[in-house]
Design a protein around this ligand. Structure first.
Ligand code: ADP
Length: 273
């Protein structure tokens, strides 16, 4: 499902002393089935952008179109958007609320109006996708799980709605390195299996460079770069300027280039500052 942003703008508190332009004339197309990494310093506009792609925020200028649905149109209903675009918020485990894992994951597809049989099928499939055994976990309380497992339940709740576009806001935040790698691998597997378009928001170049077809780099409400990971790594000096890489990487790169001028910048994965 192609996503098209045309001159997208968002100004918070327009016309007041607190007026703030969070998104400034963003135009880009995300092709169906792509795995997109979205990176930028805190406050660069990542959250505001993804909330436009799932209709939670309406633009103050420009348009957001997902396939044939104009999300920015005043008559477009949230229910229409929900079927297409799923958003996993930061720390989604705080939004779990049902007594059992099965009920929690069933909530979304039930609300979309699917019958019991279809909902059950989706719950089993979604749990398997995030590595939770259905029979072992279905009757447990989500609150008896570890943080990483709770997060899996929350992600499964969105997967069970079978969105064409899955957006995840910092899905690895607060997890240990092992938990982080496991979740990212599961997201990659789901992307391949369900042929979903994935937008993964992250602070970590390392995390997204490994999985993304293309990376959107945001800076002060604008898109600074939108390209393949290898092309973006060639911009290491600018990445450092906008707070997205540790300076040592450039220093090290200079030293390596002195030895071998053809050394490929892509050998580095840089972590956000
Ligand atoms: P990021 O997700 O990259 O950290 P955000 O999209 O949350 O960035 O924020 C972009 C800018 O918009 C920031 O300067 C932030 O303070 C501002 N902002 C975000 N939400 C609101 C809001 N509800 N009201 C006013 N300003 C906001």
């Amino acid at each position: 499902m192609a996503i098209e942003l045309i001159n997208l703008e968002h100004t918070f508190s327009e016309g007041t002393p607190f007026e703030h332009k969070a998104l400034d004339k963003i135009s880009l197309t995300i092709d169906t089935g792509n795995f997109i990494g979205l990176i930028g310093h805190t406050g660069s506009g990542k959250s505001t952008l993804i909330q436009h792609i799932n209709g939670l925020i309406k633009p103050t200028g420009g348009t957001v179109v997902v396939d044939d649905l104009d999300l920015s149109h005043k008559d477009t209903k949230m229910a229409q958007i929900r079927r297409r675009v799923g958003l996993v918020f930061q720390y989604p485990e705080y939004q779990l609320f049902e007594e059992t894992i099965e009920k929690d994951i069933a909530f979304g597809p039930t609300n979309l109006g699917f019958d019991k049989e279809e909902v059950s099928k989706r719950v089993v499939e979604a749990m398997e996708s995030v590595g939770l055994d259905y029979n072992e976990y279905k009757d447990k309380s989500p609150f008896d799980l570890s943080g990483g497992q709770m997060r899996r339940v929350a992600i499964a709740g969105v997967i069970a709605m079978k969105p064409d576009v899955l957006i995840l806001d910092e899905p690895t935040a607060g997890l240990d390195p092992r938990g982080r790698d496991e979740i990212l691998e599961e997201i990659q597997t789901m992307h391949d299996k369900f042929k979903m378009t994935v937008i993964l928001v992250s602070h970590s170049m390392e995390d997204i460079a490994k999985y993304a077809d293309k990376i959107i780099v945001m800076y002060k409400g604008k898109v600074e770069f939108y390209d393949s990971p290898s092309s973006i790594f060639k911009e290491s000096e600018r990445l450092i300027e906008i707070g997205l890489a540790v300076p040592q990487v450039t220093e090290l790169m200079k030293k390596l280039k002195a030895v071998d001028p053809l050394v490929d910048e892509g050998i580095f994965t840089v972590e956000a500052a």
